[in-house]
Ligand binder design. Structure first.
Ligand SMILES: Nc1ncnc2c1ncn2[C@@H]1O[C@H](COP(=O)(O)OP(=O)(O)OP(=O)(O)O)[C@@H](O)[C@H]1O
Length: 779
């Protein structure tokens, strides 16, 4: 059943033929017996990390016929030819009758335009609906499958029941034995390889299970997602299913970015895949797969993806909702059921709390938080005199916020002021006293902690970053940052995440490095959401992939094996530096962070290091400068091409504008202005060399491209190396060439990882101490 729904993107429906023709006698064969082929698609979002629960599959040679069913419903019959069946399942034609898919195969109702705080998303969403054939909303589809199958389970008479906790041998996971989690979660840890709890999990989970409110601060990549989720999952697994089919919303997890929200959904679904499912053997393939859906359903609501689909998921109900505040508030305003679900939450989680207040959705976040406040509590509560809540007055009378709601606030960084405020709260057993000095404190004061003394767990590491991270810098002038970035990417192959200060900066670097034939992908807020997810996915699946991003990728993203984080532009705050650098060196793995630091950046860098409590400058990354002249030349030509192509597209754009305006104003224009003779175009670029020649020549993009092609095909050699005579020269590379042990791109270069290079070169200079210029680095 689930497979058929998944196949909807690929099946081309035939017109309804069956109502006018006599039914053909055909044997019925289960959908699983058809010859499904896995389609390689994004593995991100909605598809669990293990790749098992949700995938896109397709069928060849399948027709669809429609029949009228009972009560006016339509029934889809999938009629397959011989070739579309699995081998060894008999010779008859495979026919599957499916009623439930009708809804999905029917045309979607037109999408309403989004109003309010996420207006900017509405065009994206309309386009998203139109383009779904190409790029399905995996999270939503996964959720639909879970819910649909959940419904089936309910039909089997499991309503109102609590499943017996499976037995579990604690000797298998001795480090988890003192934490009283539902045993099926422990089984899931075995499958996921979570042999022991991380420090924050050890402290936060027992507090969460015992009903406490928890504020957790712990280093990046330390497993905070499970630290706040496991008490919720365990509680839900020990709670009877509701007596109605629809799931009641129990937990809300608020995240600052869409990618992070979808990642949390994936993370939890991957874990739940192993809970309360009995394995079934597949005789044909000799494998065993989990049977049935996870017991807990997780929904997501984020901007940039179809609001219509998300609304449908909410209507079906889910146990835990993971959301970004802007879209969630838009939906709450139009949906009393959802508003009431939020008002009566059992768990509220604010992930990456300090970022939540920065991302332009503070008002929405505050409104959502106010919905969870008890009336008459120290906090204000949602007041129906307030225009924001005016239309919810009946709801506010009918649904009272719960006394046992638990609040979890987590981040890798929380301001010291806030932590002091929380400590005061603990001391005085109530609201923080004294002056508030940050918006974050404002937020925390708005949270109606039910616990008079929330458990504050502060495990932030000294110096801000994790101990398995090595940091380094390259000092260079601004105009050489491209060159050193290029050098670094070639010299240290690996998965690299480059942080740039502005979207314009990304737009400049992408064509440049694409011309240089590096696998580079952009990520920023002005990309359509589906493009963001696609790029993230390509980055994850490309060897030596490069993601060039703004701070939208700085928080929470858990991308496996990011080897390097490069701060092309330095962040302004220590917190941003910690979060950006925290995309590498996760879960106790090694990682490397590099700062490209120009003289203009020095002041910011010093302030940054000071607020991280550092006393010494970072060590400089050793540079094998013999490669730089060739790399510089490649960059020069690539820049010329980029400039010329940019000017050309600008000229075309200007000409079109001129034509349109003239037509609108009913004017004639001078044909010379429209001439394709580029000598008339003052914007056309000239190369420096060509300008200095007699007369001025136009840039010939084609020959520049040829020049770049030749440069890119030439070997890059370290000083003292001869490619022609590898057995001579000051560095003999013949052994490396024969054994393929040398550097793959830069002949004669070292092959140590960046991490190991800086182990040797510790920072010696005190912060602020004047630098002795390294003459060797000059070319
Ligand atoms: N007990 C555990 N044992 C091993 N790995 C774990 C454990 N708990 C979580 N992980 C893994 O650690 C990685 C990082 O976890 P997570 O994303 O929750 O970190 P985080 O603390 O939220 O990081 P950030 O502050 O950057 O958001 C994930 O890949 C997760 O699967």
């Amino acid at each position: 059943m689930a497979q058929i729904k998944r196949s909807k993107m690929k099946l081309k429906s035939k017109s309804n033929t069956s109502s006018t023709q006599p039914p053909k006698p055909r044997a019925r064969i289960a959908a699983n017996d058809l010859k499904w082929k896995t389609v390689n698609t994004s593995s991100f979002s909605g598809i669990d990390g293990g790749g098992g629960m949700m995938m896109l599959e397709e069928l060849d040679d399948v027709d669809i016929e429609w029949d009228e069913g009972e009560g006016g419903s339509r029934v889809a019959r999938f009629v397959a030819t011989e070739g579309s069946k699995k081998k060894g399942k008999g010779k008859e034609k495979a026919v599957e009758e499916v009623t439930e898919v009708v809804d999905d195969l029917d045309q979607e109702p037109p999408e309403d335009n989004e109003e309010g705080s996420e207006k900017a998303d509405s065009d994206e969403e309309i386009e998203q609906e139109a383009e779904e054939e190409e790029f399905p909303d995996f999270a939503a589809l996964a959720q639909e499958d879970i819910n649909a199958e959940d419904d089936e389970e309910h039909d089997d008479g499991e309503l109102g029941e609590v499943e017996e906790e499976p037995s579990f041998d604690n000797a298998l996971l001795p480090e988890w034995q003192d934490i009283s989690l539902h045993t099926s979660l422990k089984k899931a840890f075995l499958a996921a390889g979570y042999v022991k709890p991380t420090e924050i999990q050890k402290r936060a989970i027992p507090a969460g299970i015992s009903g406490r409110d928890v504020v957790g601060v712990a280093e990046t990549g330390s497993g905070k997602t499970l630290a706040y989720s496991l008490p919720i999952l365990s509680h839900l697994l020990r709670t009877p299913l509701p007596s109605s089919k629809k799931r009641n919303l129990s937990g809300l997890i608020l995240c600052p970015t869409r990618e992070l929200a979808l990642q949390v959904v994936d993370h939890l679904n991957a874990l739940l895949k192993h809970t309360l499912n009995t394995a079934v053997e597949d005789e044909d393939e000799g494998t065993s797969k989990p049977k049935g859906p996870p017991r807990i359903s997780i929904g997501s609501v984020v901007g940039g993806l179809s609001a219509h689909k998300q609304k449908r998921i909410l209507d079906r109900g889910c146990d835990i909702l993971v959301a970004t505040p802007g879209r969630l508030w838009d939906l709450i305003k139009a949906d009393d059921d959802l508003a009431s679900g939020i008002r009566t939450l059992r768990f509220l989680v604010i992930d990456e709390a300090d970022r939540m207040i920065e991302n332009g959705h503070f008002a929405e976040l505050e409104n959502i938080v106010r919905l969870t406040q008890r009336t008459g509590a120290a906090t204000q509560g949602p007041d129906d005199d307030d225009p924001v809540f005016a239309q919810m007055s009946t709801l506010l009378e009918d649904a009272e916020a719960r006394d046992d709601m638990q609040t979890f606030v987590f981040s890798a960084t929380l301001s010291k002021d806030l932590q002091q405020n929380l400590k005061r709260r603990q001391k005085f057993g109530g609201k923080g006293k004294g002056k508030r000095s940050s918006t974050l404190e404002d937020l925390v004061d708005k949270l109606d902690f039910r616990d008079a003394k929330p458990e504050v767990i502060d495990l932030s590491p000294e110096g801000g970053v994790v101990s398995t991270l090595r940091e380094s810098m390259i000092e260079c002038v601004v105009s050489d940052k491209d060159l050193y970035l290029y050098y670094f990417l070639l010299r240290y192959p690996g998965r690299s995440l480059v942080f740039v200060g502005s979207i314009d900066g990304i737009r400049r670097l992408i064509p440049l490095f694409t011309l240089l034939q590096l696998p580079i992908f952009p990520l920023h807020s002005q990309l359509q959401q589906k493009q963001r997810l696609k790029n993230l996915d390509r980055f994850k699946s490309t060897k030596n992939g490069i993601l060039i991003a703004t701070d939208v990728a700085a928080r929470g993203l858990d991308i496996p094996q990011v080897d390097h984080v490069i701060h092309f532009n330095l962040p302004r705050t220590a917190d941003a530096y910690i979060h950006r650098s925290g995309r590498t060196a996760r879960a106790k793995n090694e990682g490397f962070a590099l700062q490209l630091c120009s003289p203009e950046d020095k002041g910011v860098q010093r302030a940054l290091m000071k607020s991280l409590g550092r006393t010494h400058e970072l060590p400089e990354l050793p540079i094998e400068s013999g490669f730089l002249p060739s790399l510089r030349e490649r960059i020069r030509v690539a820049r010329e091409i980029e400039k010329a192509e940019h000017s050309k597209s600008k000229a075309t754009h200007d000409k079109n504008w001129l034509l349109e305006t003239a037509e609108l104003m009913d004017l004639d224009i001078d044909p010379d202005l429209l001439s394709d003779d580029e000598d008339n175009d003052p914007d056309l670029p000239y190369t420096k060399k060509q300008k200095s020649k007699k007369g001025v020549k136009r840039v010939d993009v084609r020959s520049l491209k040829e020049e770049l092609r030749v440069l890119l095909s030439e070997k890059l050699l370290a000083r003292g190396i001869s490619a022609r005579y590898p057995t001579s020269g000051s560095k003999i590379i013949v052994d490396d060439l024969l054994r393929e042990t040398g550097h793959a791109t830069l002949l004669g270069a070292g092959t140590q990882k960046a991490y190991d290079e800086v182990e040797k070169v510790k920072g010696k200079r005190k912060l602020g101490q004047r630098r002795v210029v390294n003459k060797k680095r000059k070319m």
